[in-house]
Design a protein around this ligand. Structure first.
Ligand code: DGJ
Length: 727
């Protein structure tokens, strides 16, 4: 619900348990007043300290610059007095920066608009949210800025986005257009981010916020392995169940910045948006620029409640399409099984064994096209290599379908190898800077998708392959960062648009793909989880989480990913041991349990498994099917973190009606002379009775007194408990 209190000039946006409030001062500057637990009144203007000066009380003047440097502006502008991080800046044709935004008008309506060309949360039920659009204007340039806020009625989340319009008479350059800003007035805040690396994505990091700034950012052209478009300010007492959390997550997959700064007055400002580096968007009179959406979540009950709000929002209002609420097929992917060394016979041998175990889909990974036998060549030549796969996908799909399985394929449409027919024909199609040889990465260049004719060509190639056979799944990979970001056709003063235009083109391609093939199951991937973000989730209901398939390393990677994203979106597979990345050997059962908390699948040469391992597959597949709805739709509770305690990991998913739950426990390192572990469960109905392995417990007992986890011998052991309400 959104209300405007005309008397106090206050806007109040309510979700079921939170309120977000800002007001308009007499000079029409929107100032942020409050974000937190839901409140009932709008008489809050006193909190903007309109009559208070930051200077010593003896100084009676109130000057503009000092005022801006203190005021909690909803959407801070650069250049006119606020010395903190701004959200917007421009450069005029005279080369000047700076602008001043004042309130012009607003409108409130039910539902939510789409963001042109961009992924964003959505609804098909106008009752589930309302939207406020507030227009600000700069008197000198004629620039208009429309701030959009959507408050959901079924989730504790608010989304913000910004549209900038040049309503003036002269062209100008938008050099910065962040999407959201939040002010928090609370002492001793800490900052949580999700940094990482290839094979070590999204590892939770927590730091104290002193004076100055903490930043997480990407200028790699992808949201990246190294940083993640997420930042949360948390109170120092914040745990899974207690404390304040103010979180932002960016619905975008390219360059971003998130920055939290503590100023001289102990006010904290957190901003998020497209990174201003390598960004400059020309706005001719009448042009507009749409900045992507930021999701805001506040929790007064720690990280757990924040996580459940993000999961719920993304399940209900971000993920789309045929597979949104459907059980995904159990797949077997040949990457770690064969790498590039496969042919039809090998794939069918894998498929036959897989079908016997109940696996439902074969995915042919990298290496089926051009003359690709290693990663040195052929990206861009999306024709089946008939030497490896005679009869192409038509034949393979027929044979795989005969086994009762679906067929899926891997593609990397955004790239071109230097050694490829495509590059030989169009060397100018790669991103490049005039006079410089573009840098290779994994022996490949990035296609300049910001040029529509190249994006169209790429789409046509992929569409042709997918139309050639019964292909029901695509893994869309992207294996390098963007460098040499120059374009041979755009004018000089539009070169700063390429990074964002590239991202819009990727979204456009995936939009076309999902419209032309509505039942296709699309899984995004970027060298593992280098582009695992809400932007990609809008197009594909699942994303490959990490190339690290080691069941133990995965605990921390999946914990960080689960902090924001529903389990049903997290690509997770059982792979071979010793693990190709770590050399570690873990029990087949443990690998199965760890992969169960994502989109369950296999990535190994099933023909080479021992009979003992192979015999476990039907049971693992059946278990996935039994629990898949619970895992997909259940509420998530983290009980313990191996990343923190270095010994064990534990989380639960609990059905919405609290009638059943699944507890996943992994003992990483065994210890001798230890008592069994007593863990307090969460999310259950305290008054109900539950059965676990034949014994009855009261919900309150399990949550407040605890459950004893049986002692297990050996490292890397697991215990999976189904908790069922019996009364
Ligand atoms: C990176 C992906 O993350 C892997 O799963 C695999 O598809 C390779 N690319 C193939 O090149």
């Amino acid at each position: 619900m959104i209300q405007y209190d005309n008397q106090h000039q206050v806007f109040k946006l309510d979700t079921p348990n939170t309120s977000y409030v800002f007001g308009l001062t007499d000079r029409s500057y929107p100032g942020q007043i409050y974000y937190g637990k839901r409140i009932g009144d709008t008489d809050l203007m006193y909190l903007l300290r309109e009559n208070e000066r930051p200077e010593p009380p003896s100084v009676l003047r109130r000057e503009k610059a000092g005022y801006f440097d203190f005021y909690p502006m909803e959407y801070p502008c650069a250049g006119i007095g606020d010395g903190r991080e701004s959200c917007i800046n421009i450069r005029t044709l005279d080369g000047q920066e700076g602008l001043e935004l004042n309130y012009v008008s607003h409108q409130i309506f039910e539902g939510k608009k789409t963001l042109e060309g961009l992924p964003a949360t959505w609804t098909d039920n106008a009752d589930s949210c309302s939207t406020l659009e507030i227009t600000l204007g700069d008197a000198v340039t004629g620039l208009r800025v429309i701030l959009s806020y959507t408050a959901f009625t079924d989730v504790d989340a608010i989304t913000r986005s910004v549209r900038v319009e040049n309503a003036g008479e002269r062209s100008l350059y938008l050099t910065k257009a962040l999407s959201a800003c939040l002010h928090v007035e609370q002492e001793n805040l800490e900052v949580i981010t999700l940094p990482g690396s290839w094979s070590r994505e999204r590892i939770l990091q927590r730091q104290k916020l002193g004076y100055g700034s903490l930043v997480t950012e990407s200028i790699r052209g992808i949201s990246s392995h190294q940083d993640h478009p997420f930042m949360a300010l948390v109170s120092e007492n914040c745990t899974q169940t207690t404390g304040d959390v103010y979180a932002m997550n960016f619905v975008y997959s390219g360059n971003f910045i998130a920055k939290a700064s503590r100023d001289q007055f102990d006010q904290v400002r957190m901003v998020m948006g497209i990174h201003p580096d390598h960004f400059c968007w020309k706005l001719e009179p009448g042009d507009s620029f749409q900045a992507p959406e930021v999701v805001l979540v506040y929790s007064d009950e720690g990280l757990g409640k924040m996580t459940r709000s993000f999961h719920s929002l993304y399940r209900k209002h971000l993920i789309r399409g045929y597979w949104k609420d459907r059980q995904r097929p159990v797949l077997i992917n040949n990457w770690e099984a064969t790498y590039f060394n496969f042919d039809t016979e090998k794939l069918l041998a894998i498929a036959r064994e897989a079908a016997a175990g109940g696996i439902e889909m074969l995915v042919v990974d990298d290496g089926w096209f051009g003359c690709r036998s290693n990663d040195d060549s052929s990206l861009g030549d999306w024709q089946v290599n008939e030497k490896k796969l005679p009869g192409g996908f038509t034949y393979l799909a027929q044979e795989v379908n005969k086994l009762g399985m679906k067929l899926g394929i891997w593609v990397e449409p955004e790239m071109v190898s230097e050694d490829s027919e495509l590059y030989r024909a169009h060397p100018d199609w790669a991103l490049q800077l005039a006079g410089r040889e573009p840098g290779q990465c994994r022996a490949q260049y990035v296609l300049d998708l910001s040029r529509p004719e190249i994006a169209d060509y790429v789409y046509e190639m992929i569409r042709t392959v997918l139309s050639s056979a019964n292909i029901e799944y695509v893994k869309w990979d992207m294996n390098r960062l963007l460098t040499d970001v120059g374009n041979l056709t755009l004018p000089a003063d539009r070169q700063g648009e390429i990074m964002h235009r590239y991202m819009l083109a990727v979204y456009g391609l995936q939009d076309r793909l999902t419209k032309d093939f509505p039942q296709l199951l699309l899984e995004n991937c970027s060298s593992g989880g280098g582009r695992f973000d809400p932007g990609m989730l809008y197009y594909s209901p699942q994303i490959w989480c990490s190339d690290d398939t080691d069941a133990i390393e995965r605990l921390a990677i999946q914990e960080g990913t689960q902090l924001l994203y529903p389990l049903s979106s997290i690509g997770a597979h059982v792979s071979i041991c010793p693990n190709h990345g770590t050399g570690r050997t873990t029990p087949f059962e443990t690998r199965g349990v760890v992969a169960l908390s994502g989109t369950f699948g296999y990535e190994l040469d099933i023909t080479k498994l021992s009979d003992e391992e192979k015999s476990q597959i039907p049971g693992q597949v059946a278990r996935y099917k039994k629990y898949s709805a619970l895992i997909r739709e259940g509420n998530y509770y983290r009980i313990a973190s191996w990343r923190e305690n270095h010994r064990y990991d534990c989380f639960m998913v609990v059905s919405e009606d609290q009638s059943e739950a699944l507890l996943t426990y992994v003992q990483v390192l065994a210890q001798t002379n230890r008592k069994s572990l007593r863990l307090r469960l969460a999310g259950l109905d305290p008054d109900a009775f539950y059965e676990i392995e034949g014994k009855r417990y009261q919900g309150a007992v399990l949550m407040y007194a605890g459950l004893l986890i049986p002692r297990m011998n050996g490292d890397f052991q697991t215990c999976l408990l189904h908790i069922v309400k019996v009364g």
